[in-house]
Every structure is written in structure tokens, then in C-alpha cells.
Design a protein around this ligand. Structure first.
Ligand code: GRG
Length: 302
């Protein structure tokens, strides 16, 4: 196991323990209906790389914030990410039955349960951010709430999903350009990855300059992550990837891979890898693990 893999696994375990505790508390305290509780647990605890939590924790550590202190923010972001996957998999959206190698929430339960489980995870993420354990300073908590709302909302992930579905389902636009695809991907996938990096800078009360460098790193890393995802869909197999593959081509969906071709998409991926690495220059050796994260995102097999 590389240093990076060990750190990713360790932060995933920390995040899982935190999320397990949050789900347990919510059930005991508030008498959450059993079916909803099970669906939320299925959505959150069914594997997942926990890559966004990793970024929150590692960026925070650049500024001396401990893993323990960063974990609540990491967990809040993961809740919101899991909600997005649950809703994205619904028949009305991407209509997927396999996620993280398991049945999707709507396939294991039903549509209404999946919608409500997603809603509950979305609201839970903001509840977590508002807790004093997330950060002692209420101004920092407020910044986190605001930044996550922006990243997850209409100018971020939800907007990107709307652009994606508009093209897929309404044929508007019928032939998305590379610019259109890049803009929607920066919103749909990039915004949460940018938030993960920004959140670490907020928790660590980094300088404006450091914050800008990390946002730029997050933006480039988001592109890397998305192109790798498109390449996995084009060239990976479902058993390894843990979700259906070949879907984009079958649906005639415009992606950077379909518009550029596999080789040119790989070239652009390499350019974005370098851009993300360049963003880390101000942090010198302290940024080494975040540099490894870029290579991981580019080369991942699932
Ligand atoms: C429903 C508002 C709404 C948004 C959905 C998440 C999303 C937006 C769409 C998923 C479609 C997709 C495949 C996007 C590509 C990048 C991505 C988000 C992949 C899944 O994230 P990973 O690889 O998943 O981090 P794990 O399972 O490891 O957490």
C-alpha cells in the first residue's frame, strides 16, 4: 500500500466512524422511521472512496488543523455527496441500479424512500456544519455553510446536473459543445471537489492567497476527476468500477471523451494534472500528499 492509499484508507475509516455515530444519534434521538433510517444508512455506509473527506482533512492539515477537528466538515460534505448520488441514480435522472458495487437506494427500496433519504442527507449535512464541534468559531461555521450551499446549489452541483439532464432529456442543446460540457462538469462534479479544498482552507483560517491557490487546485483536480470518470465509463468494466459502464456512448452523451476522443482527452487530462500540481507550489513539501491525490484521481480504476 502506498502512503497515499494508507492515508486515504485511514481518513475513510475516521469519516465512516463519524458518519456511523451521526446516523446512530439521529435514530435514537428523533425516532427516525425505520425504512428511512435503513435507506440513509445504505446510501452512506455502502462503501465509497471518501475522496472528498480526504481532501478536507488533508487541506486542513496544511494549516495545523487536526484530523479530529476536520472530520465533522468532511462528514458533512460526504452526506451531501451521498445525497447527490442517491438522487442521480433515480429513474427520473440517470436511472442506475448499481452504485459502489451495490443496488442503488431506489432499487433496494423504492423511489419515494430514495428521494426522502437524499433529502434527509442533504439537510443533515448543514445541521452537522452548524454544530459547535465543527469549528469553535461561529464565523467559520457560517462561512462553511455558505460555501457548501453555493457549491451544492444552482450555481454549483444542482445547476450542473440541470444542464446535463437538459441536454440528455430535452435535447437542449442537441449537440453540446466542449465549452458547454466543461462548464456543466465544473458545476456538477467540480464544485464539491473545490468546496472540499476551500473548506480545509476555511477551517485552517488560511490567508486569501492560500485560499485562492487551493480553490484553483480544487478546480483543476475536479476536471481531472471528471475526465477520469468519463474514461472509466468509456473503457472500464462494471465489475471493477462498481457501477454501470459504457452508458455515455450508449446514450450518445457528450463528454470530453466523446468530443475529443480517448487520446486527446488523456492529453487534456495530463495538462490538468500539471495545472493542479502547479497550484501546490506555494506549499512546497507540505503539499506532497495532495500532489499524490492528483495522480490518484487521474489513474483511479473505480
Ligand atoms: C442529483 C443534484 C444532483 C446531482 C448529481 C453526483 C452527481 C450530481 C452526478 C453523478 C454522475 C457522475 C458519475 C459524476 C461524475 C463524478 C462523480 C461525482 C463520481 C462519483 O463520485 P466518486 O467517484 O464516488 O467519489 P464514491 O462512490 O467513491 O463516493
Amino acid at each position: 500500500m502506498t502512503t497515499f492509499e494508507a492515508r486515504l484508507a485511514s481518513h475513510a475509516a475516521t469519516t465512516d466512524a463519524f458518519l456511523g455515530r451521526v446516523l446512530d444519534d439521529r435514530v435514537d434521538d428523533a425516532g427516525v422511521p425505520e425504512r428511512l433510517r435503513q435507506a440513509m444508512r445504505h446510501a452512506v455506509m455502502a462503501g465509497g472512496k471518501r475522496f472528498r473527506p480526504f481532501l478536507v482533512i488533508e487541506v486542513s492539515s496544511l494549516f495545523g488543523v487536526s484530523t479530529r477537528q476536520a472530520t465533522a466538515t468532511a462528514g458533512a460534505l460526504e452526506c451531501l455527496h451521498c445525497y447527490s448520488l442517491v438522487h442521480d441514480d433515480l429513474p427520473a435522472m440517470d436511472n442506475d441500479r448499481l452504485r459502489r458495487g451495490q443496488p442503488t437506494v431506489w432499487a433496494a427500496f423504492d423511489d419515494w424512500t430514495a428521494i426522502l433519504a437524499g433529502d434527509a442527507l442533504l439537510t443533515l449535512s448543514f445541521e452537522i456544519l452548524s454544530r459547535s464541534e465543527t469549528h469553535a468559531n461561529p464565523t467559520v461555521r457560517n462561512e462553511l455553510v455558505s460555501a457548501l450551499a453555493i457549491a451544492g446549489g444552482p450555481v454549483g452541483m444542482v445547476g450542473g446536473q440541470a444542464l446535463d439532464l437538459s441536454s440528455d432529456k430535452l435535447g437542449d442543446p442537441a449537440n453540446p459543445t466542449l465549452d458547454y460540457v466543461r462548464r456543466l462538469q465544473a458545476m456538477k462534479t467540480g464544485a464539491l471537489i473545490r468546496f472540499a479544498c476551500e473548506a480545509g482552507a476555511l477551517l485552517g483560517q488560511a490567508s486569501d492567497q492560500e485560499r485562492l491557490a487551493l480553490k484553483s487546485y480544487g478546480a483543476h483536480l475536479g476536471v481531472v476527476f471528471q475526465i477520469a470518470d468519463d474514461l472509466l465509463d468509456a473503457t472500464g468494466d462494471a465489475a471493477t468500477v462498481g457501477k454501470a459502464t459504457g452508458k455515455d456512448a450508449a446514450a450518445g452523451k457528450a463528454t470530453q471523451v466523446s468530443l475529443l476522443g480517448v487520446e486527446a482527452a488523456k492529453d487534456y487530462l495530463a495538462t490538468m494534472v500539471q495545472a493542479a500540481l502547479d497550484d501546490l507550489a506555494p506549499f512546497g513539501e507540505r503539499g506532497a500528499i495532495l500532489a499524490q491525490a492528483v495522480h490518484f484521481a487521474a489513474q483511479r480504476a473505480k
